[in-house]
Design a protein. Sequence first.
Length: 87
Amino acid sequence: NPKMNNNPAIQLFGAGREQRIYAIPPYTEVTSLDFEDYPFDPSKAPHKCSICGSNDSFLDEIITDDDGNRSFICSDTNYCNQRMKDK
């Protein structure tokens, strides 16, 4: 949520199945959806990005083959690409 909260840009989201486009206006306060019995926990994977080596970003878990082997990569591809350029 830090990137979405009070963002100066309009944010557009498509819901293909619903055939709708949703928008969050600029500078909107955004908070995580939280339930009494299941609180929101922005936990991070205990791994490093397999592309750039980052250990301080949110990661997507990718299944890489039919044997179930997994790889973790940055969910923010621009951040990951910039880290690779800086190396």
